[in-house]
Design a protein around this ligand. Structure first.
Ligand SMILES: CC(C)(COP(=O)(O)OP(=O)(O)OC[C@H]1O[C@@H](n2cnc3c(N)ncnc32)[C@H](O)[C@@H]1OP(=O)(O)O)[C@@H](O)C(=O)NCCC(=O)NCCS
Length: 172
């Protein structure tokens, strides 16, 4: 049975270890710490299968848009992959996203650096891709970005349509 536990002061250091193992080249310490200290309204979780911690997951949103939830730091530890647990964790996060009022889930995907298996994983889980190139978002103009989207209510998906995500150097 999959469950997730929101990050707090007690599990923060452990969550950073898990995140660093899944994403060896990217560090979520600042985002995690900001959330735990109440300086951001993102939601980050440790994911458990029974007593075993199997990964991390999270939800963010951009600006005043509260209908589009973005996956943030979602991953399964290597030894637990290809067992269907990532798909289960994604469905659990969908429930949380609906509870928080989101209507759609989105993922920013770097087509140059992103883990190719992740794109397949998202497509198998119902996400559709569109390129992201916003004239006002300089980093997106590299052409290396896609937005993958899925409705949380079985509605036809509204494309993101290149609305400005203000990508930062951290998204590179
Ligand atoms: C992407 C990730 C979350 C998948 O987790 P998982 O628990 O292995 O996923 P599942 O077992 O639920 O996979 C479901 C299906 O997705 C597809 N899939 C998953 N990983 C895949 C891979 N490496 N290559 C190709 N297809 C893959 C397969 O169709 C799989 O079904 P199958 O195993 O019956 O063939 C995991 O590999 C991971 O954490 N990667 C590193 C972090 C990352 O890229 N995060 C971004 C995720 S959006």
């Amino acid at each position: 049975m999959i469950k997730h536990i929101k990050l707090n002061q007690d599990n923060l250091a452990f969550a950073i270890e898990v995140q660093n193992e899944i994403f060896p080249y990217e560090d979520a310490t600042k985002e995690y710490t900001d959330m735990v200290n109440g300086q951001s309204d993102a939601n980050f979780f440790l994911v458990y299968n029974g007593d075993d911690c199997i990964g991390v997951s999270g939800l963010k949103h951009y600006g005043i848009d509260v209908e589009d939830g973005f996956l943030g730091w979602f991953g399964i530890l290597p030894k637990y992959r290809r067992l269907g647990l990532g798909s289960e964790a994604l469905r659990l996060l969908d429930e949380t996203a609906r509870d928080l009022g989101f209507r759609r889930m989105r993922v920013i995907f770097n087509t140059e650096k992103g883990f190719e298996g992740a794109k397949t994983f998202l497509k198998v889980n119902g996400y559709t891709a569109e390129p992201y190139q916003c004239p006002k978002d300089r980093i997106s103009l590299s052409g290396n970005y896609a937005i993958l989207s899925r409705s949380l209510y079985n509605e036809p998906i509204e494309p993101w349509n290149n609305r400005n995500l203000h990508l930062t150097e951290a998204n590179r």
